[in-house]
Design a protein around this ligand. Structure first.
Ligand code: SAH
Length: 452
């Protein structure tokens, strides 16, 4: 039976918050009906104004915190929460880490129906700010000035920003210079509704060694190019990208190098990785190392092992594994990423790794059909988790150890359930805080065959 709502729109009420939702909103219950209150924290008593009623939940705007939680802190960011990037900046960092661990545990027990699972404390950052090494900023206008910013949550309204507390200072400083250039020469930002204007996005990244790359995305030819390049004289690599499509996708097809070198080099755990404008690299280099290291430590690869790295991207985990294993095979469905992975293997003189391009659900069973007998498998799927054919292939393989690297506890819980139903046992789960102040949760789970 469809639940009937005990609430009406525009109602003001006092709520006690039970929990945080997966997107970081406070959740209260009124006669069993869920009310989401962004900005509220568990155990708080708040006053709120109902702004939306859906069939089985409501959304309320926080109007006052009557009894604050001990975890509540004052945000130090002028655009929080308007920009939508950080959603739990009003929660102390230790409390964020506890919440992330609990969310993983809840997903595994409630969604996955798993019991007796050990979930370690979340590995947090010593300094949870300025951790992002890459930012993509849309341009917009307040009618007079062109500025950069972020789109407000679930909208395409620009929230202009001068700084971003989770972004590397070099990145911010470069994008602010681009914004200044746009203002000085009165270059119009792109307007989605009328499909007019020139400037769409500026994307900037910095490597751990301090090299920088900027890509300017416009709808057509780049105006005031000389002046732009003068302003960006210290940037190591500058690209122009044209995207004239009516789409949310940031980049168009072609990247034109307009100054500096085509690629940067990122260093991680004694390995070097080439970075081109489209390369996918984790944006928090410190925590990426912690995440990868936790997977490697748990897997304890030996020099006799054949290891598969499924969903391998540009081969980061594959190359780390290759230093310890007899042989590694990486599987990835984006051709450019596979090309990068092969280049990275060459760059690091690693010869015991192969990369196969294709869908994991086809390539993994095909490798097993070829007679390959993996000892261990790493899986690092996208948010939707693994295709069931990937799980079936793992179950039918000779692998006795599996490391599952996840960016979504819900789909991880579903997949771990399938693996445990098929004879694996979850030995250990390690959350790693890759994105402080946001609701994103990454973790590694380690599984072994039950009889092993
Ligand atoms: N392990 C890598 C990348 C993980 S992100 C790293 O840590 O850097 C997940 C990767 O899976 C992406 O590179 C994505 O392109 C790839 N992918 C998504 N669906 C896939 C599929 N069905 N088959 C193979 N690869 C896939």
């Amino acid at each position: 039976m469809k639940p009937t709502t005990p609430l009406v729109k525009n109602q003001d009420l006092i709520l006690t918050i039970d929990s945080l939702s997966s997107d970081g909103s406070g959740v209260a219950r009124v006669e069993g009906f869920a009310v989401f209150v962004p900005g509220a924290l568990p155990k708080e008593q708040v006053s709120a104004h109902i702004i939306k009623i859906a069939s089985n939940y409501a959304v309320a705007k926080l109007t006052d915190v009557l009894l604050p939680s001990a975890a509540r802190v004052t945000s130090d960011c002028p655009v929080f929460p308007a920009c939508g990037g950080c959603v739990i900046r009003h929660m102390s960092y230790p409390a964020q880490l506890i919440w992330k661990r609990q969310t993983v545990l809840d997903a595994l027990t409630r969604l996955g129906g798993l019991s007796d699972i050990t979930v370690s404390d979340t590995i947090g950052m010593d300094e949870p700010s300025r951790y992002r090494n890459k930012g993509s900023f849309p341009f917009g206008s307040d009618g007079r000035h062109t500025s950069i910013g972020f789109f407000a949550p679930r909208s395409h309204r620009l929230v202009p920003i001068d700084d971003c507390q989770i972004q590397n200072v070099r990145v911010m400083e470069i994008v602010q210079r681009v914004s200044e250039w746009a203002n000085t020469f009165r270059i119009a930002p792109y307007d989605e509704l009328s499909h007019t204007g020139v400037l769409r996005h500026v994307v900037t990244r910095v490597t751990t060694g301090g090299e920088t790359m900027t890509v300017l995305v416009t709808t057509g030819p780049l105006p005031h190019r000389t002046e732009l390049l003068e302003m960006l004289a210290d940037v190591d690599s500058v690209y122009h990208n044209v995207n004239n499509a009516q789409t949310n996708v940031i980049f168009g097809r072609e990247f034109l190098l307009i100054a500096g070198k085509p690629e940067l080099t990122e260093e991680m755990v004694d390995l070097r990785f080439l970075v081109s404008p489209q390369s996918f690299l984790q944006v928090n280099p410190i925590q990426a190392q912690a995440l990868y290291q936790s997977a490697l430590d748990l897997l304890a690869v030996t020099p006799h092992d054949l290891v598969f790295d499924v969903y391998c991207g540009i081969g980061t985990i594959s190359l780390l594994l290759a230093k310890q294993a007899s042989r590694v095979i990486g599987i990835e469905n984006i051709e450019e990423a596979v090309a990068d992975a092969r280049k990275n293997a060459l760059l690091n003189d690693i010869t015991n790794v192969d990369f196969r391009c294709g869908e994991a659900e086809t390539v993994l069973p095909a490798l097993l059909c070829e007679g390959l007998r993996p000892d261990a498998i790493v899986i690092d799927p996208p948010r939707k988790g693994c295709d069931p054919k990937v799980i079936d292939a793992i179950l039918s393989s000779t692998a006795r150890r599996v490391a599952y690297v996840s960016c979504n506890p819900s789909t991880m819980a579903r997949d771990l359930r399938l693996l445990t139903d098929g004879g694996f046992r979850v030995v250990h789960v390690q959350p790693v805080d890759m994105f402080p102040h946001t609701a994103h949760i990454e973790c590694t789970a380690y599984l072994v065959r039950s009889d092993g």
